[in-house]
Ligand binder design. Structure first.
Ligand code: PLP
Length: 458
């Protein structure tokens, strides 16, 4: 009897051991890639022991933490910046073209307002949706810049536009709902949708189409489960900017589908190289179905201040306020007081920043033309170029072979010491994002290095 039990156990155990041994090399490869352990010699006993420990650690952590963490990824933009910082800490001169923030200081009059707010003791908790004067200032801005009439009940201020987006997506999208997002899109969109347990439906755009969707593409993507349409204009990463006629074309489709809410991320509103900014909320019959996402990070060089906001139908605004009330409460009192001044006074410093971005865009477009094989759409807004680099797929410098945009970005980081962000992170695997929110001399140096490194790929 005992012999039979032992045999039965061995019967299940031996194939498992065999399976494990066969799969182990593949497992080691995954661990090496994901945990940046390429330097370890994978054949040594020590190394196999090390990987085994790592595997057990991962299994243990995965068992301890909640399932929500397995639904979404860390932002690639931040990962690349972190890798760049690590190289810099080793004394390597890395030029950062990965991060999405203006390289300018916050204008002085905004800083003065913050200092005054500190001295005036604006140091207590704030109302969840924002101070009354901030909400009024946001309404004033909408009237001045967009000719849109909003009241304070439409406004919720948050800890950055990222939180505004998270609030809006969690307030609107449920398990099983579909959220349509044109590619390429900002890294966080798809991850927030996954956190909400909704489904991302991508509409693919091309550089030839100016990275914009057509009404026919939108119509074809809509199903009975479509709940939200989410896009940015100006777009991060492509730089595409929808004009009024293009928005009108999309509006025609939305009129036929009254159940869809439109999230319009307009955070790059001021950084526009083709003229006026157009919001889809301008169509009066759609306005109640549009949630405008905006913030002070990009237009006022205030990324670290963490101030974003939405304008939405009061029911949606209340839902966002309810969510925020449990997550973070009202955003920073000092940032809010400074925000009032930023939004209601002199826009000249912001416009000067845009003039500088315009000069850099022109120079980057010249520099990129000198590099063989790269196809680049000229951005109409924001401060990125998003070229198609697929010409380099399959090429090698003898050591590294470029298989995808992640390899391309890593190759540039290791060989040109320039950081960028792989297109996969934005839903467009053939492209890579390079920021031009860096000084002209750094941009010149970075592109000279990129040119030299890419010339080695055959
Ligand atoms: N929306 C887009 C398209 C962005 O690129 C970013 C930041 O990079 C945000 C929203 C978030 O901005 P904030 O700094 O206000 O959270």
């Amino acid at each position: 009897m005992a012999d039979i039990t032992v045999c039965r156990h061995l019967h299940g155990f031996l194939p498992s051991v065999l399976c494990f041994c066969i799969l182990w090399p593949a497992m080691v490869n995954i661990l090496r890639k994901n945990f940046k352990l390429e330097t370890l010699n994978c054949n040594s006993v020590f190394c196999n022991y090390h990987y085994l420990c790592l595997l057990f650690k991962i299994i243990k952590i995965t068992m301890q933490l909640s399932s929500i963490l397995q639904r979404f990824n860390e932002p690639e933009t931040l990962k690349m910046a972190k890798l760049g910082r690590e190289l810099r800490a080793k004394g390597i001169d890395v030029i950062d073209l990965s991060l999405g923030e203006p390289d300018f200081d916050t204008p002085q009059h905004i800083k003065d307002a913050a200092i005054k707010a500190i001295n005036d003791n604006w140091s207590h908790y704030t109302p969840v949706a924002g101070f009354a004067d901030l909400k009024e200032a946001i309404c004033t801005k909408f009237k001045r810049d967009n000719n849109l009439d909003y009241k304070p009940e439409n406004i919720v201020a948050s800890t950055g536009a990222k939180q505004s987006l998270a609030n809006a997506i969690l307030a609107l999208a449920d398990d099983g709902d579909e959220v349509i997002i044109p590619t390429p899109y900002w890294v966080t969109y798809s991850e927030l949708v996954k956190i909400a347990r909704a489904k991302v439906v991508e509409i693919h755009t091309t550089p030839e189409a100016g990275f914009k969707i057509t009404p026919a593409q939108l119509e074809a993507a809509i199903t009975g489960n479509t709940k939200v349409f989410l896009f940015s204009s100006p777009c991060n990463p492509s730089g595409a900017v929808y004009n009024k006629a293009e928005l009108e074309g999309l509006a025609e489709v939305f009129r036929k589908h009254p159940g869809i809410t439109i999230l319009s991320d307009e955070i790059y509103e001021y950084i526009n190289f083709i003229g006026s900014h157009e919001s889809i909320a301008q169509f009066a019959d759609l306005k109640d179905r549009v949630v405008i996402i905006n913030g002070l990070s990009k237009g006022f060089a205030m990324t670290g201040w963490r101030l974003g906001y939405i304008a939405a139908h009061p029911d949606i605004a209340k839902a966002c306020e309810k969510l925020q009330g449990q997550f973070t409460s009202g955003t920073c009192s000092i940032a809010q007081k400074a925000g009032v001044v930023a939004l209601t006074t002199d826009l000249r410093p912001s416009m000067e920043m845009v003039e500088e971005f315009t000069r850099r865009r022109a120079r980057v477009m010249e520099l990129i033309k000198e590099i063989p094989g790269i196809k680049c759409f000229e951005p109409e807004g924001a401060f990125y170029i998003f070229p198609d680099i697929s010409y380099y797929f399959g090429k090698t410098d003898g050591e590294t072979t470029i298989e995808n945009s992640a390899d391309f970005s890593m190759y540039l980081l290791n060989n040109a010491h320039v950081s960028s962000v792989m297109g996969d992170a934005f839903g467009e695997p053939k492209c890579v994002r390079f920021s031009f929110a860096n000084s002209l001399p750094n941009i010149e140096r970075a592109w000279a290095r990129i040119k030299e490194a890419l010339a080695k790929l055959k």
